[in-house]
Design a protein around this ligand. Structure first.
Ligand code: ACO
Length: 439
């Protein structure tokens, strides 16, 4: 990294402070403020909108130009040419696997896809009507009690084994969450089926049937997994890193990431898209919903439109849009009323001045919600599938952080705005505060 400097000056006559300016391989420069604490100064940046929390070589997002790279490879190329297992390898090891490496990696993942049989009974402790994400958080967090033979995070081989276990077992856990919720028997991963294929098999097969996932659905699921595999230092990834910075075990860290992803502002958008389409209910009502979305003071927003980072097109949305059309076409669903509403809404919004001026394009969640529904995935499982995909990124980011010799426990500072020092008042001398003066 080349080094420039920025100088921090003060109005109160204090000496200026020189701060290094660091440049990465891509993206904006960053001002290295690490030494400020030695001057008893902190920066204030709620939501970390202007703060780089780490250096990372895994994923790069250029929101202005609508680009997303995994290890330097554009997402469009990976989505069209690669598969999710290869993308997991790429994120974890930094390079695409050679054929023999890929075959070995796939075999390794398959060999870890089973769950300890006692996890079965762990599931049975949950209510059947529990949200599958709450079950995921619990079961993934509990994995450390089943696989505690490889929890030495300073040992690279232990970290790798835990990464294999997480990547391999998440589809089984995810599918079992669904099976448990509908009271069907758990299905076990099948040799000879690919990663996405096995997931669909465990979701929809039954011991008495002969279900095999169709290739169009398998490819669509694989694409969804690739597109959601990583996205820089988003809330859940930062949560995984922060939890891991204390030395917590990887299963606990991924459970923390799951809990963060579960929030509606993060992983819940594609579920919200389908709910909105159901609420619209008919193509004839689109106009009134678009009008509401544009009305100042009305909190209603068109779900699946706009993005915090992508102010041009979300590159994942373009891939997902093509997949969406392929899936609807192949499964003969173009006439499904909900899909008709979705496609009509897409064209209305794309031609509307309000959406054009504010750069509100359909995002990946708009299309992934439609695709997942076409694959018969219940909406409550949408975030679970996002989590399944993002586990690849979480594991890679966690491993990168732990491998960094400069790793420090994450410990943000604050701007304290509470009461200044005051003396304790014994109970008998306290008066009830006047409610009109308390918040
Ligand atoms: N529908 C209608 N108006 C919108 C929408 C929308 N979906 N999104 C933004 N706007 C308007 C806002 O009202 C605001 O208008 P104003 O300037 O007149 O006040 C303007 O566009 C800017 O909105 P912000 O909320 O400031 O933009 P921000 O970049 O912070 O928000 C976000 C991005 C949260 C994604 C927003 O576009 C949104 O709520 N979209 C709907 C939810 C959604 O689809 N989320 C998924 C994101 S993708 C993902 O997580 C993988």
């Amino acid at each position: 990294m080349k080094e420039n400097k920025a100088t921090l000056t003060f109005d109160d006559g204090r000496e200026p402070i020189d701060l290094p300016v660091l440049s990465g391989t891509l993206g904006p420069d960053v001002i290295d403020i690490r030494k400020l604490s030695a001057y008893n100064l902190f920066t204030f940046d709620p939501g970390f909108l202007s703060t780089a929390s780490c250096d990372s070589g895994i994923t790069y997002v250029d929101g202005e130009r609508g680009m997303l790279y995994y290890r330097g490879y554009p997402i469009e190329q990976l989505a069209r040419g690669s598969d999710f297992v290869e993308v997991c390898y790429l994120l974890l090891y930094g390079e695409l696997p050679a054929p023999a490496q890929k075959a070995r990696f796939s075999e390794t993942l398959f060999s870890h896809a089973l769950l300890h049989e006692q996890v079965n009974s762990f599931f049975r402790g949950f209510r059947r009507d529990a949200h599958p994400m709450s079950v995921m958080v619990g079961v993934v967090g509990a994995l450390s009690s089943f696989y505690h033979d490889a929890l030495d995070i300073s040992d690279a081989a232990h970290r790798e084994l835990s990464a294999f276990r997480l990547l391999a077992k998440l589809p089984t856990i995810a599918a079992w969450c669904y099976k448990y919720s509908i009271g069907q028997p758990f299905m076990y991963p099948q040799e000879g089926l690919g990663y996405a294929e096995n997931f669909l098999y465990m979701m929809f097969a039954t011991p008495s049937g002969s279900y095999r996932p169709d290739p169009v659905s398998v490819q669509a699921m694989d694409r969804i997994l690739i597109l959601h595999a990583d996205h820089e230092q988003n809330a859940s990834t930062s949560t995984v890193r922060l939890a891991g910075s204390s030395g917590a075990n990887p299963f606990a860290c991924i459970a923390a990431g799951l809990a963060s992803l579960w929030g509606p502002a993060h992983g819940g958008a594609n579920e919200a898209v389908v709910k909105m389409l159901e609420e619209i209910g008919d193509v004839s009502r689109i106009g009134q919903y678009v009008k509401r979305a544009k009305t100042k003071g009305d909190p209603f927003r068109l779900m699946g439109f706009g993005h915090r980072v992508y102010k041009n097109m979300d590159p994942r949305a373009e891939v997902m849009r093509a997949t969406c059309h392929e899936v609807l076409d192949a499964l003969g669903l173009e006439q499904d009323p909900l899909f008709k509403i979705a496609l009509a809404l897409e064209s209305v919004a794309l031609e509307d001045d309000y959406f054009i001026e504010k750069k509100l394009y359909p995002n990946v969640d708009f299309y992934s919600g439609i695709v997942l529904r076409a694959l018969r995935i219940p909406t409550s499982m949408f975030t679970v599938i996002f989590a399944l995909a993002r586990t690849a990124g979480w594991v890679a980011q966690w491993n990168e952080m732990i491998s960094d010799p400069q790793r420090k426990i994450g410990r943000p500072r604050q701007l304290y705005t509470g009461r200044a020092l005051r003396d304790y008042v014994p109970l008998e001398r306290r008066e009830a505060p006047d409610p009109s003066t308390t918040g």
